[in-house]
Design a protein around this ligand. Structure first.
Ligand SMILES: Cc1ncc(COP(=O)(O)O)c(C=O)c1O
Length: 305
């Protein structure tokens, strides 16, 4: 069996017992779920003989950073289409700084020009003699899901040793490939009754569910699993505070307090929203006695911006 570098730990936070998957400290290229995805892409790109990628994301995209560092490690060309202003990208630290230092080609674009800019970059790289792969924003190709199926397989092996099984699994959900991979993984290991709840960091309900279900269906086909995820995705949009990167002072203070009592770092854009949402749901739905697992997807760079 492959080692997927899955680490889990037990915590009691504000009286609530939790198991936490520590993908925030995934041990490559800056950590987080996007690093887990990037390592899966690395394997795929090597096997298929690619030597360049084109991808996209915001100024503080963890995906862009993980892809840029993964390419640097392999001396592959990386072209990032970065949705945001030149000024913000030049000034900010965190992921933006690492993008700048990685040697990636950083092209600042308007969000609505993403497809055109990515197509142009693909053509340009081909014209320069590279063999580029088009990585959908957030790592939303097959490799971005299969790595979470494999991670769940490892989680199951670890939990079996303790005789533990979650009733609920919560995570921050954006493009949805992490959630889709985890959901399909749960079904594949015979844990289909575990409720996998994505706390939305950006998308509205209908669109979020549709994208996650489509991706999960693609994964199911890949594994020969006869399942339709159309009505099976749990996606909670109650903690968006109006959208991507939005949060409240109450949430920020709460997360800062959690850091002081646990050493766990939560940012306000991704995992912190997921954690806050989960703790609210535990209270609201009285899940105190349920076995709860939080999949910490990272975001430390977003605090360091
Ligand atoms: C730290 C972190 N957590 C969670 C997510 C959501 O992951 P996904 O896009 O696979 O839903 C992201 C996406 O950017 C992220 O950077």
């Amino acid at each position: 069996m492959n080692n997927t570098f899955l680490i889990h730990e037990n915590y009691t936070i504000n009286g609530q017992r939790l198991k936490i998957v520590r993908d925030d400290i995934f041990p490559f290229i800056g950590g987080g779920n996007k690093a887990r995805k990037a390592v899966a892409y690395e394997k795929f790109l090597k096997e298929e003989g690619y030597n360049a990628i084109v991808t996209c994301g915001g100024v503080q995209s963890n995906h862009n950073r993980a892809m840029a560092l993964m390419c640097a490690k392999n001396r592959w060309k990386c072209h990032l289409c970065i949705q945001g202003s030149k000024e913000r990208f030049a000034e900010e630290k965190g992921n933006a700084l690492l993008d700048r230092l990685s040697g990636a080609e950083c092209e600042l674009i308007n969000p609505e020009d993403t497809a055109t800019a990515m197509d142009r970059a693909m053509e340009d790289l081909r014209a320069r003699g590279y063999n580029p792969f088009y990585v959908i924003g957030g790592g939303h190709n097959l490799s971005g899901g299969t790595c979470f199926v494999e991670a769940v397989q490892e989680l199951k092996r670890q939990c079996d040793e303790e005789g533990w099984k979650p009733d609920y699994l919560f995570l921050a959900s954006g493009t949805g490939s992490t959630q889709a991979g985890i959901q399909v993984g749960l079904d594949m290991v015979g844990w289909g009754d575990v409720k996998c709840v994505g706390i939305s960091v950006a998308r509205k309900k209908e669109k979020g569910i549709q994208v996650i279900a489509e991706f999960a269906n693609m994964l199911a086909t890949h594994y020969g699993l006869e399942k339709d995820y159309k009505d099976r995705i749990l996606f909670n949009t109650d903690y968006l505070f109006g959208g991507y990167e939005n949060y409240t002072d109450e949430m920020k203070d709460y997360l800062d307090g959690i850091m002081k009592q646990s050493g766990l770092v939560f940012d306000t854009t991704y995992s912190g929203k997921g954690f806050w949402g989960m703790m609210q749901e535990i209270e609201k739905c009285r899940l105190w006695n349920k076995k709860i697992l939080f999949w910490h997807t990272g975001g430390i760079m977003n605090i360091m911006k």
